[in-house]
Design a protein around this ligand. Structure first.
Ligand code: UGA
Length: 435
């Protein structure tokens, strides 16, 4: 089927390339002409494992353009995958989505289903329907919602092997077209609902996952104080199939472009309807204080809890592994705190150095190293802030040769406590029992 994808950002690009892989003919449209020129020459402007390869393999099924009218020609469904940045009050800024809808309504010369793929507040589909009604376009333009559940770093796998595909539709035609688009997936994975519920499902999923992380982070705090073992706790509660083992890794707090933005947005939706989402409000608080708590945890490894003039090898800058994304990254907040407190920071990350260099340019005493052993050289402590597997393979003998420090502060609980201490290192981690 011929599909149009508007927006070649993360969601748009991954969806476009995966739709091409499952055999659709995809026209990818973006107003950014430079981006389109790069994509035409096979260059992918984001870091996502596997994306480039799939694009090359399926190049015959995908085209790129900045001309919306050309992109819409003969397509049966148009997916809106433009950004929905956070407004100052925390609500999602819909201006790009609504602008795209107006343009689609103006330029569509055949019947189409307009599908929101971007995460949008509840009620957006109705707004788009109104835009279409106001446009006077005589073709049948239906509106549907089909939220994405892609994780950065494993987006291809999430698209190709999803837990579920949610389609929010208001008429038979949209339902038929969306079912046809996803016909290569197992039918039991498809959840059919109305557009409003579909929009809400996306926010509810991200909010629940964020709450799960904050819950385990606070359990780690409790373990630290009363002498429990967070790894055993996390494992044991996760074995209860009603709870599930995933997203129970304690850490420095969740970040990224989705959880922080989406939980603020759902709160905003609820506020407008006078509904009190007290659990979600608490998650926001819990995650905010976490970054300072983690900075204090690092400082408490030094006499008097003072990091002034201490050299810290900060391993990891991205908000999680396998991405160069630093948006709302806990690692970055920690770097800022440590810098303000007078520490000398030697930072390293497999993918996120360039982005971090810009984000941290106003902070003193932060230098960047491509090779993380260069960051470790002569440091006073090693802090693991992102769960890159590269750090898991740390060569302890090599570390001993390049620094006198024997302190590892692991904010991602990557290592086995016994193993590290047997190698002669002091090991502090999230949830470590205070003895
Ligand atoms: C998240 C959701 O997982 C996706 O399903 C969703 O499609 C996406 O948001 C979105 O709305 O677009 P993503 O932000 O890429 O995906 O990253 P996650 O893997 O969910 O991680 C989010 C944050 O939680 C990271 O900072 C990560 O380090 C942290 N985290 C995750 C933990 O601290 N502990 C865990 O156990 C899991």
């Amino acid at each position: 089927m011929k599909l149009t994808i508007i927006g070649s950002g993360y969601v748009g690009l991954v969806s476009a390339v995966c739709f091409a892989k499952i055999g659709h003919e995809v026209s990818c449209m973006d107003i950014d002409k430079d981006k389109i020129a790069k994509l035409k020459s096979g260059q992918i402007p984001i870091y996502e494992p596997g994306l480039q390869e799939i694009l090359i393999e399926n190049a015959q099924n995908i085209s790129f353009t900045s001309d919306l009218e050309e992109s819409l020609e003969l397509s049966q469904a148009v997916f809106i995958a433009v950004g929905t940045p956070q407004d100052e009050d925390g609500s999602a800024d819909l201006s790009y989505v609504l602008e795209a809808s107006e343009q689609i309504a103006k330029l569509s010369a055949q019947d189409k289903v307009i599908v929101t793929k971007s995460t949008v507040p509840v009620g957006t589909s109705k707004k788009i329907e109104q835009i279409i009604a106001d446009s006077g376009n005589k073709n049948k333009l239906s509106v549907a919602s089909n939220p994405e559940f892609l994780r950065e770093g494993s987006a291809i796998q999430d698209f190709m092997d999803p837990d579920r595909i949610v389609i929010g539709v208001s008429d038979q035609k949209s339902e038929d077209i969306l079912l046809q688009i996803y016909q290569s997936f197992a039918p039991e994975k498809i959840v059919k609902t109305d557009a409003t519920t579909s929009e809400l499902i996306k926010y509810a999923s991200n909010s629940f996952l964020a709450a799960k992380i904050s819950f385990i982070n606070e359990m780690a705090d409790l373990c630290e104080k009363i002498g429990g073992n967070i790894k055993h706790l996390s494992n044991a509660i996760g074995l209860d199939s009603r709870i599930g083992e995933k997203f129970l890794n304690p850490g420095p707090g969740f970040g990224g472009s989705c959880f922080p933005k989406d939980i603020m947005a759902i709160l905003n939706v609820a506020k407008k309807s006078n509904v009190n989402l007290s659990v979600i409000s608490s998650v926001i608080n819990s995650n905010q204080v976490r970054k300072n708590r983690m900075s204090d945890k690092i400082a408490n490894n030094f006499p008097g809890g003072c990091v002034k003039n201490k050299t810290i090898a900060l391993l990891g800058l991205a908000f999680k592994a396998k991405t160069d994304d630093i948006r709302y990254s806990a690692a970055l907040e920690i770097a800022k705190n440590l810098s303000k407190d007078g520490a000398i920071i030697k930072a390293s990350d497999p993918e996120a150095i360039e982005n971090s260099r810009i984000a941290l340019k106003n902070y003193a005493n932060i230098s960047f190293y491509d090779d993380f052993y260069d960051a470790i050289k002569n440091c006073d402590a090693i802090v693991i802030a992102t769960e890159w597997s590269d750090f898991k393979d740390l060569d302890f003998d090599k570390v001993k040769n390049i620094t006198n420090s024997r302190k590892i502060i692991d904010l991602r609980n990557l290592f086995d406590e016994e193993l590290i201490t047997s190698k002669g290192f002091e090991y502090d981690f999230v949830g470590k029992r205070s003895s």
